[in-house]
Design a protein around this ligand. Sequence first.
Ligand SMILES: NC(=O)c1ccc[n+]([C@@H]2O[C@H](COP(=O)([O-])OP(=O)(O)OC[C@H]3O[C@@H](n4cnc5c(N)ncnc54)[C@H](OP(=O)(O)O)[C@@H]3O)[C@@H](O)[C@H]2O)c1
Length: 289
Amino acid sequence: MAVLGLGLMGRALAEAFLRAGHPTTVWNRTAAKAEPLAARGATLAATPAEAVAAAPLVVVCVADHASVRAILEPAGGVLGGRTVANLTSGSSGEARRTAAAVSRHGADYLGGAIMAIPETVGTADALLVYSGPRAAFDRHEPVLRSLGAGTSHLGDDHGLASLNEMAVLSVMWNVLNGFLHGAALLGAAGVDAAAFAPLAKTGIETVAGWVPGYARQIDDGAYPVLDAAVDTQLAAMRQVLDESAALGVSTALPAFVKDLAERAVAAGHGGDGYAALVEQFRKPSEGRP
Ligand SMILES: NC(=O)c1ccc[n+]([C@@H]2O[C@H](COP(=O)([O-])OP(=O)(O)OC[C@H]3O[C@@H](n4cnc5c(N)ncnc54)[C@H](OP(=O)(O)O)[C@@H]3O)[C@@H](O)[C@H]2O)c1
C-alpha cells in the first residue's frame, strides 16, 4: 500500500501496515518525516504520483480535503484502477467533492474516518469506518483491518463515513463540555477536578447506557418517559443555571440547555422523555444557512 501524509496519524497508519507485514510506500510533503519509516522497512517516494503508482490501495491522511485534492490531482495519470481510502477528516460534502475528483481519474474512492488516536491505530481498540463502493471495501478489507480491529463499511454514500465522524465528534465534545463545566463549578468552590472525576465518569456511563433506548425512541418518533420528564429536568436545568451564575462561572452552556428544554416544553413535550429534544436539534438555527 501507499500512505500519503505522515503527520501524527499518517505515521501511525504506515507503522501499522508495516507491523502487519504489508509492503508500504510512503510520501510526505516534508520529506524528513518519512525517513524514520524507511528504517522500519517503508519505501520512500519522492512524489505523490510515485507513491500512488506503487500500490493498488492508496491511504491518504493529511490536514484537510483541499490538500488531499491538491496532492492527488497531479497523480491523476496513475490513479486509474486503484482505490483511494481517504482518512482525512472533513464534512460529508467535502468527502463527496474529493470522491468526484478521484473518480474522474478512474479510481475507486472510499471515504474513511478514524475514531481512534494514533497510539491505538493497529490495535483491537481502533475503530475505523468507511463508505463508498462495497466491492472496493471488500477487496481491501483484509489490509484495512490491519489499521484497527473495528473496521466496518457503513454504506455506498461516499460522505457517510465523514458524516458519522462529525456526529461522533459532536457527542464527544458535548460530553467533555459538560464535564468541563462541572469541573469549573466545583473548582469555584475549591474542589479539585480529580475529586470530581469518579462522579463525572459515573454520570457519563449512566447516560451512555440510555443511548440505545433513546435511539429507538428517536427512530419511532415517540418519547415515553424512561427516566424523568422534560418538565422535571427543566426545573433542575434552571438550578444549574442559577448555581453557575451564583458562583461566577460561565452560564453559556446551562443557558443553552435550559433554552432548548423550554422550546421543547413550548412545543408540547413537557410530559415526554428527554429524547423529545431531538426535534429542537432538527430545526436549522436562525441566521444560519
Ligand atoms: N491525530 C489524531 O488523533 C486524529 C484522530 C482522528 C482523525 N485525525 C485526522 O487525521 C488527519 C491528520 O491528522 P494528524 O493528527 O496526522 O495531523 P498532523 O500531525 O498535523 O499532520 C498533518 C499532515 O498533513 C500534511 N499536510 C498539511 N497540509 C498539506 C498540504 N497542503 N499538502 C500536503 N500535505 C499537507 C502535513 O504535511 P507536513 O508534514 O509537510 O506538514 C502532515 O503530514 C486530520 O484530518 C485529522 O482530523 C487525526
